[in-house]
Ligand binder design. Sequence first.
Ligand code: KG4
Ligand code: ZN
Length: 337
Amino acid sequence: MSNLKDIYILGIESSCDETSVSIVKNGVDEIATAVLSQMDTHANFGGVVPEIASRMHIENFTIVIEECLNKANMTMDDITAIAVTYGPGLIGCLLVGVNVATTLSYIYNKPLVPVHHIIGHIYANNLVSKMEFPLIALVVSGGHTDLIYMEDNYKFKKIGGTLDDAVGECYDKVARVIDLPYPGGPLVDKLSSSGKDTYPLPLPLDDDTYNFSFSGIKSAVMNLVHNENQRGNEIRNADIACSFQNRIIEILTKKTMKALKEYNVKNLIIAGGVSANSGIRNKFKELCDKEGIKLTIPNIKYCTDNAAMVAAAGYFAYNKKIRAGLDLKADANANMF
Ligand code: KG4
Ligand code: ZN
């Protein structure tokens, strides 16, 4: 079924709590993806329990690989190379994915391509629309908040990033303060649409740099809730969610739109779990339309962790002859720059 010129990358992702395998053709066409999410299990504990996550990855991988190949109506013989997330992430979880990938690479004699998790998030955008260079990538996930200038494929220059918490981490902490269950980010987003922007929260790190800081607004929400409780005042959770989300959107859009101008870039891509946020999606759409900027954001199901993004990035890494040996190491703190 496969054309000899076509490149089929089998992507493997297990850096956190999703066991995912995907096949992507030529870096842009998703052929099939299978995911087993552990979210319900971890929700019982209020967050991801690393040991449980690793064990569930071990149990789930064979099922997910088989499901993905079946969905694609392909066998391992049709696969050109195997791409795997080697980091950053939870070390036990990464180890399982790396072991699965190296084993498949050894058994089926396929090249092994290491993919940085955040680069995966960035390339999820290629599944929507071909990335046009130069571009600015805004990465907003549970572990990262970065503004990146990309001159070309696989050329990354960080122009700013968070000095403390990542934006997703901040969403999850605010969610906990207003008693929303894990994972809180999407729930804060949902709740904010029924609230009003009435609480005077600070605009975080409103300066001339491209850096971000979210620990201040997180503490402001905590203090606000604490003080209102002490005074016996009613806490309007939807209004807190709305005020918080508006300040986050304000600072993300302000710095990103400035970077687009300064770097004279016509394509903005947004990547990472928080790119699923409805307010962020809507506001960037409005601003980019006004400025004549092409905006690309992954489809909601590819905003959070998945293997399609790993296979998409893996194609460009494969073309750049980036390879790993069977001694590939998982790296919980893998650096991208
Ligand atoms: O990229 P991701 O799946 O995992 C990491 O690589 O970190 O991102 C997960 C983060 C979590 O903090 C989650 O709460 C946040 O993305 N998130 C959201 C939304 N959907 C997911 N945050 C705000 N609004 C959302 N709709
Ligand atoms: Zn992620």
